[in-house]
Design a protein around this ligand. Structure first.
Ligand SMILES: [Zn+2]
Length: 215
């Protein structure tokens, strides 16, 4: 299973294709082995690398995989607003739809398997799905763009890019309370230093607790 992971393919697709393929090779896998790709949302920096050029044609990079995304996010990405259309680059996801490799989730369909649950949020964009991975004792929460870095843990630190910042505020608070109460590890997709961290509640608000640079 791959969670979303990539950058834009439009300018550097071939470079990223190589990076992804190298990463898979180093882990002993190849693209045809991938069966499930969980996309938090369809912004270019979360879908780039999902498609590849083959003989001048854009095709899904993982032809044996299902690509999971919230259906509402796909519909929004196909017809975004003037404010965010620059982030929805259709080359990253239209070829997947054309090959019928999308498996669309909705809010009634959030259990992926025994250990993985999807968690929809709507402040950053409509129907982003975050990923909660738990074996019953340890939980890793894949934060997508709700908490792009550990520096975004304090409640007021919200990206100016978010479509609905006050919704983000409430969504952050709900996740942080659970992270403290249930000792979750939060994983940060955009943090160049901190891969994941615990959260602490203090009299002055939430802050990052123990930080980890890598697994
Ligand atoms: Zn985003």
């Amino acid at each position: 299973m791959l969670p979303d992971k990539f950058e834009s393919p439009n300018t550097i697709l071939k470079c990223l294709q190589t990076m992804i393929l190298d990463a898979l090779k180093n882990s002993g896998a190849n693209p045809d082995d991938i069966t499930d790709v969980l996309l938090t949302h369809l912004h270019f920096d979360h879908t780039g690398g999902s498609t590849v050029y083959e003989n001048g044609k854009l095709l899904p990079a993982f032809k044996n995989a299902k690509y999971y995304v919230q259906e509402k996010n796909f519909k929004w990405g196909m017809n975004p607003s003037g404010r965010d259309k620059g982030s929805y680059i259709k080359d990253n996801f239209e070829p997947i739809a054309k090959e019928n490799l999308f498996s669309f989730n909705n809010e009634d369909n959030l259990i992926f398997d025994d250990e993985i649950e999807l968690y929809p949020v709507h402040g950053h964009t409509y129907s982003q799905q975050l990923i909660k991975i738990s074996d019953g004792s340890t939980t890793l929460f894949y934060c997508g763009d709700l908490f792009p870095t550990a520096s975004h843990i304090p409640l007021p630190y919200i990206m100016g890019y978010d479509l609905q910042p006050l919704i983000t505020l409430h969504e952050k608070e709900a996740v942080l309370k659970k992270a403290v109460d249930e000792s979750w590890y939060l994983f940060f997709e955009h943090d160049p230093v901190t891969a994941f961290a615990k959260v602490e509640a203090t009299p002055k608000g939430f802050k990052a607790g123990e930080k980890f640079a890598s697994f």
